[in-house]
Design a protein around this ligand. Sequence first.
Ligand code: GDP
Length: 432
Amino acid sequence: APVVAVVGRPNVGKSTLVNRIIGRRQAVVEDVPGVTRDRVPYDAQWNGRRFTVVDTGGWEPDAKDRAAAIAAQAEIAVQTADVVIFVVDVTVGATDVDEAAVKMLRRSSKPVILVANKADNQNLEIEATSLWSLALGEPHPISALHGRGSGDLLDAILEAMPPAPPIIEGGPRGPRRVALVGRPNVGKSSLLNRLAKEERAVVDSVAGTTVDPVDSLVEMDGEVWQFVDTAGLRKRVNQASGTEYYASLRTAGAVEAAEVAVVLLDSSETISEQDQRVLTSVVEAGRALVIAFNKWDLVDEDRRYYLDKEIDRDLKRIPWAIRVNISAKTGRAVDKLAPALRRALAAWEQRVATGALNQWLTALTQATPHPVRGGRAPRVLFATQAGVAPPRFVLFTTGPLDAGYLRFVERKLREEFGYEGTPIEVSVRPRK
Ligand code: GDP
């Protein structure tokens, strides 16, 4: 979600404004001497658009150098935000203290919205025009306390944001799209046949959706699933013409078209490089992932011993993948497939509330800070979830993070919020 930062001197009404923007769904701490409410992010929504509001306020109100404090605040805002809201108290007007911040904001390429707060009546609204002198564009007179003008302000904030990605959520959606992939002879067509037979009906159509003729609709566990690009499997042509090149093209296409992939492995054989490539293509495409160990009927105690070793060694980079042990031949545990797919898809689309995310992150980075590098340790300022399917997170930091530390944060994030069965992406935006 885009980040909107609120900047301004103490007492201009920043926390009241933040409360107004987030609709008081969460309580914003008031200015309390000695209490830092540095960079606290909140979830907000207007006209169906989600964004994150970062309250950059909260320095010592009796700080000796207020100009320096506000400049530092503006600097953080400029480096981390997509939109900056600069708040001035219209009953006081622009003061010298505002100047350092205004200069920096004007130099930055970030869109700045100038708010003239405490415009509780028409006279004060007119007074706001004097703020054109700050050269930050049109002043927006509002009363954060009474709500006057806040709708117009929210419209302006939305307009200043980067364009919204197309909205997919909501409304009726078709069946979940599944890619059934794996190297030749792992049992893909056997599994598809088994599923079609077991569940009586291979459905031909679902109301309100059009299904590509190369796809198969299969009912599993009371739900219709769309297995994409299975024409080759149904006709069993890929066996004869199964050169690795064409197999990998087919895999890439199916994975691209799907939301979740079932990667079939042959449990009776060593995990191969080709298996690894199939797994990699799913992770790199950012799709949810279920690994089905097929031909489990052939696994004896001996094989089990070596398979466990192979899993430890070869699947180490994807410990989060959901695994099921099945047999397309006997039908063993094939009913575990649908619940596994649902679990992976739920994680793939899971959104963590900004408040919960940052509470957890603050505790984590306090308990285990970044190691010191060249006399300094980069700090994580805050985080937002930038998207889902797959989940993407952005960490705003004071400097680049070690790859090891980033992996640590990612692992803990998975544990804390239950991200199982989906790749997640954690990127770092260091301030320069
Ligand atoms: P595909 O190339 O991935 O579609 O693999 P197929 O479905 O054509 O299966 C390849 C071979 O493995 C066939 O001889 C199947 O009968 C056999 N096979 C598939 N699944 C199983 C299983 O669960 N157990 C055993 N023992 N054999 C299987």
